[in-house]
Write a protein that binds this ligand. Sequence first.
Ligand code: PEP
Length: 246
Amino acid sequence: MRRKLVVGNWKMNGSRVANADLLAELKAAGPWNADVAVCVPFPYIGEVALSLQGEAIAWGAQDCSAHASGAYTGEVAVPMLAEFGCRYVIVGHSERRALHGESDQIVAEKARIALAHKLVPIVCVGETLAEREGEQTDAVVKRQLSAVIHTLGHCISQVVVAYEPVWAIGTGRTATPDQAQAVHALLRKQLKAATERADDMKILYGGSVKADNAAQLFAEADIDGGLIGGASLKAADFAAVCRAAS
Ligand code: PEP
């Protein structure tokens, strides 16, 4: 059986004081019988790493450059994240795809460089509301995942996939467990065609996951945990989601 993974995505939220309080409460609330991580804004990674050293909570970043170093003003390279002990990096979040024009291929390159430096990329895929209503969900998520499979080859088995329907992110509108499971099963089938290890891979669900809907979602056969935005900003809420995964 796959161990569940719950990852908090703080997005562009937090402050040094607020982060210290949040992490202190989280450390007191755990440990859980699940893998847990927080993906935090770049400037806080060093401090978060110090705070979580030796704890059962891993940490990571929300994006990375597709390049290892060089003249890319404003970008952050994966080797820099590795220096600070990041285990995970989110790539292809829908906010990056929509607001920063990240293509499927750029997302795949980011996943490749993350793996090259021993970070686990959390590859986000998901359809917009218009795409769902146009019955394009399957085609969209398959296209997004296919770019990563094509670029990584058999190394695809080392990534975590996150299905995040764009219409459910930060909206309070969650996919039903059936809707989410259907897409997760489709993604696992696609992974099975690419690697013998697809049954060991984690596919997370993200999109308005909270304490009161997490257990139902996590009970689905192909849902291996969650990528949690809003509910990761309050320790009690995030701890409740982690408990639901335990
Ligand atoms: C996210 O940003 O990845 C996310 C799932 O956000 P929320 O939980 O707030 O919908």
